[in-house]
Unconditional design. Structure first.
Length: 144
């Protein structure tokens, strides 16, 4: 299975959508705990509308997002602490359910995981894939 990741840090919605379309992505899996953004075009409803125009589906997986303490660790560059906190998040019942839903969707449709950070190494989306789809072929997309 191939799965994509993408971050919207420093890009426009149009650049993000174009990158997804060019890669053949048909489903954007939003794995932000808080699917809102101060950046224009990246709050869930506006983003979903822009994706829909390009023929890309949008699905939110809030339970697979990072809790506040994890986001704070990521902002401070403390990846070890982020990993520790995020492992606990993935043990929650709602996260387990959404992880299974995401795996099913990704098996059927070319899927990209979305979060803010441009670099997937500093983002929980890499930790998520390591935990739930360790054998998947990972393609990190960099719009703009």
């Amino acid at each position: 299975m191939k799965i994509f990741t993408i971050g919207y840090e420093g890009v426009t919605q149009a650049e993000l959508v174009a990158t997804l379309a060019e890669a053949g992505v048909r489903l954007l899996a939003d794995v932000r705990a808080v699917p809102l953004s101060r950046r224009p075009g990246f709050s869930k409803n506006i983003l979903a509308a822009g994706l829909r125009e390009a023929g890309i589906d949008y699905r939110g997986y809030k339970a697979l997002g990072t809790p506040p303490e994890g986001r704070e660790a990521a902002r401070k560059g403390n990846h070890a602490r982020l990993a520790e906190i995020y492992a606990g998040q993935l043990d929650l019942p709602e996260a387990i359910v959404q992880a299974e839903q995401l795996k099913g969707a990704a098996a059927e449709t070319p899927t990209a995981l979305l979060c803010f950070e441009r670099d997937p190494c500093g983002c929980h989306r890499s930790l998520l894939l390591d935990a739930i789809l360790p054998d998947a072929e990972r393609v990190d997309l960099f719009p703009g």
